[in-house]
Design a protein around this ligand. Structure first.
Ligand SMILES: C[S@@+](CC[C@H](N)C(=O)[O-])C[C@H]1O[C@@H](n2cnc3c(N)ncnc32)[C@H](O)[C@@H]1O
Length: 310
């Protein structure tokens, strides 16, 4: 409800159009998110700068110390995301924990619980499994190789408004029902023999919630630009989430867009996008990748037109 004391900026935000549509915005996400109207985003796919695993570009303007990921105003960002994401919209939060002073930090769990406290549902805690580790275990060490990150799927409201589950798990028993290929019979309460009506097992079923991707040069991205950023996630990971939790034309936001994987794949899948990153260098990479995506889409359309003319 709009209260009498609500600041004017918030009131106007509610009525604004999403002017940032299909733009890469270079700026601090907290400042930029505040300019985005309420309930205007269908899906957020993002990966925060977690703990101090990676150090991004030297210094953030105005910050005295090297930016190490700690200083990102997590709680304020969640509040803004809660405002801009539509009811039933989804946030995919890809995150891992660093090991510090002999313990994993647990930041990922704390963040997930905070989303919950702010009214999001933890719809699924999924695993992004990598094919290799940046810190492989040593025989004389005490820790196994770290191979995964969490992909928390939060829904803004009771359940996602869109869930197009990817059905690519081949069923060994395709065409069968539990009693054989033809369904079989059973004796009803009245003693009569009846035929079973259960549908046969389909050829494919929804995959499980551990997703495995090949990472590294030549795998994570289909262009070389992306690898100028130190912490990209795979294009295929983004594609799988976009296909699962959104429909063509929907608005996909990444408030920590980095090399622009989310925004590039949004273009390739016919979604609209908004990407925010604090570093101009990363925004430039993201814009180059958008260009690549746009020309891929154009070539596909030309091919399709030629195909239709045949
Ligand atoms: C883990 S990276 C994201 C990489 C991205 N998923 C990709 O595939 O390239 C996190 C990004 O957050 C950006 N970032 C950190 N603090 C930010 C802030 N306050 N506002 C906007 N972007 C920020 C960093 O510059 C970095 O590019």
């Amino acid at each position: 409800m709009i209260g009498a004391t609500e600041p004017l900026v918030q009131l106007t935000n509610r009525r604004k159009k999403l002017k940032q549509l299909n733009q890469i915005i270079c700026g601090d996400n907290l400042i930029e998110l505040k300019k985005i109207p309420d309930n205007s985003v269908d899906l957020v796919i993002t990966s925060p700068p977690y703990d101090n695993l990676r150090s991004y570009k030297d210094l953030v303007k105005g910050m005295k110390e090297e930016y190490n990921g700690y200083s990102f105003p997590f709680e304020s960002i969640v509040a803004e995301l809660a405002r801009v994401v539509k009811k039933g919209g989804v946030i995919v939060w890809v995150v891992g924990d660093a090991v510090m002073k002999g313990s994993e930090t647990g930041s990922s769990f704390r963040q997930a619980l905070h989303f919950m406290e702010q009214g999001f549902k933890i719809h699924d805690t999924m695993i992004y499994e990598k094919n290799g580790s940046s810190f492989p275990a040593r025989r004389d060490g005490n820790r196994y190789s770290q191979l995964f990150e969490y992909m928390f799927v939060f829904s803004n409201g009771d359940k996602p408004k869109t869930a197009n589950l990817i059905c690519d798990k081949k069923n060994k028993w395709a065409g069968w029902v539990p009693w054989g290929k033809n369904g079989g019979t059973f004796r009803g309460k009245d003693g009569e023999l009846k035929s079973r009506t259960q549908k046969p097992t389909p050829e494919f079923s929804p995959r499980n919630n551990i997703w495995r991707y090949n990472t590294g040069k030549g795998y994570s991205a289909t262009d070389d630009e992306a690898f100028k950023h130190p912490a990209i996630f795979p294009e295929k990971l983004v594609e799988d989430h976009i296909m699962s939790w959104s429909n063509p034309g929907d608005v996909v936001l990444d408030p920590m867009n980095g090399s622009g994987t989310t925004t590039k794949v949004a273009v390739l899948t016919g979604r609209q996008y908004v990407g925010i990153d604090i570093f101009q260098e990363y925004c430039d990479i993201a814009m180059k990748r958008i260009k690549i995506a746009n020309s891929t889409v154009k070539s596909r359309q030309t091919l399709q037109t030629l195909e239709d003319r045949k």
